[in-house]
Ligand binder design. Structure first.
Ligand code: SF4
Length: 404
């Protein structure tokens, strides 16, 4: 099967308007000046954007380029979140979703059961994307995954399958005695359209050793994505912040993502994810309490810095409402983000930190958030092809605050 994702394109960075050049010059920040021309930045320069540049100038530059890059089309997709197992032997300290093997709350769904969930959702909603992930379960053979992909694709033939993190691909390969390339090729032939972005938090060895010492290393994470891109499988990348990291770690993450995109293009979006301490082991540590930055300005600076540092390389920065909450996500839409991710019906992983499901959002709620932030709302597919404009709008916070 050919993965018919639209080809990767290197966008030309449009010249900044005079008002923006003037505003940026007044800050005297060469890193910011370089960024608005699309020049690559080194980690200390990206760190400056996160920590030193006047906030309103950073926001103005990032918002200008977000809208310019996407023609003021703000977007989301209609997606179902489905997990096939919560059994995991990797035990990351920030994760409230997993259960060790043998735990009374551990589950593994049969491929048929996952397909039934997908089919029912596809009949109820006009689902465009299946977002499927799970834990590292040593009991599952390769046949389980191949049947899973096959049945899920049959259950929702009109939807794209965005599934598996780099961590899962690595684990499946090691656990079943195959290479990463073999696993990716097999999954692609069965209909895997894109990789999900999880599997790392911050692409920095120092941070990962503290929060997820048993997970693949940042270098291994990047190697899986590089191999996927070379095989024609596009991917997404998350960046989970707000725990024990310093801004330089966030800067290194963005830098490494850009370098990979230059070498082996294929990233669809970068998704900044705020850490939710809730029911997690990490959230109870002294280190987290001492280091966590909880101010919204930090979130928005990270979104803005990502937009500028990835200019011309990655066009889509997601305001992930599931982790940021509705209102901060809406603010992010004026600080460099152009997209709200999706409806995320059934989201289970971040929901586990709150002990309850967000249940997802309706398209009309996401459309309202975009419209009020000055965007033209569009429903898109996994590859950011704009499909249609929603016709109804409802403020989510008038219904129920569904996120932290
Ligand atoms: S984040 Fe993924 S790898 Fe880590 S414990 Fe949770 S399910 Fe397992």
């Amino acid at each position: 099967m050919i993965n018919n994702a639209p080809g990767v394109r290197l966008a030309m960075v449009p010249s900044p308007p005079r008002w923006l050049v003037k505003l940026v010059e007044e800050t005297g920040c060469t890193a910011l000046e370089k960024s608005i021309h699309g020049d690559p930045l080194e980690p200390p320069e990206i760190e400056k954007l996160i920590t030193k540049v006047p906030f309103h100038v950073l926001a103005a530059a990032a918002d200008y380029y977000a809208r310019k890059t996407r023609g003021n089309r703000g977007s989301f997709t209609i997606n179902l979140y489905v997990t096939y197992t919560n059994v995991c032997v990797t035990a990351c300290s920030f994760c409230a979703f997993y259960r060790p093997p043998g735990h009374p709350e551990a589950y593994t769904r049969s491929p048929e059961e996952v397909a039934r969930i997908v089919r029912e959702a596809a009949e109820k909603h006009r689902v465009l994307e299946i977002h499927m992930v799970g834990g590292n379960n040593p009991e599952l053979p390769l046949d389980y995954y191949t049947r899973l992909i096959k049945l899920v694709k049959e259950a929702a033939p009109g939807a794209r399958l965005k599934a598996f993190t780099a961590e899962e691909i690595w684990f499946i390969a090691r656990n079943t005695g195959h290479s990463v390339t073999e696993v990716l090729e097999t999954f692609r032939e069965l209909g895997l359209d894109a990789l999900s972005g999880g599997g790392t938090e911050i692409l920095d060895e120092e941070v990962e050793r503290i929060i997820a010492p048993r997970k693949i290393s940042p270098g291994e994470y990047l190697r899986v994505h590089e191999e996927a891109h070379r095989l024609g499988i596009r991917s997404n990348v998350i960046m989970m912040y707000g725990h024990v990291e310093d801004p330089i770690h966030v800067a290194r993450h963005i830098y490494r993502v850009r370098r990979l995109e230059e070498r082996a293009p294929g990233f669809i979006s970068l998704i900044p994810v705020r850490f939710n301490p809730g029911n997690t082991a990490l959230g109870k540590t002294r280190l987290y309490r001492e280091k966590a930055r909880l101010d919204g300005e930090y979130d928005l600076r990270i979104v803005a810095a990502a937009r500028l540092a990835l200019l011309g390389r990655i066009d889509n920065i997601v305001a992930y409402w599931v982790s940021m909450g509705d209102k901060l996500a809406q603010a992010a839409l004026s600080h460099g983000a152009n997209d709200l991710g999706g409806t995320f019906y059934n989201e289970a992983v971040i929901s586990a930190t709150h002990g309850r499901s967000t249940g997802g959002k309706e398209p009309r709620e996401l459309a309202y958030m975009l419209l009020q932030a000055g965007w033209q709302p569009w429903v898109r597919d996994t590859f950011y092809n704009y499909l249609w404009r929603p016709e109804s709008f409802t403020a989510p916070w008038l219904l129920e605050e569904t996120a932290p």
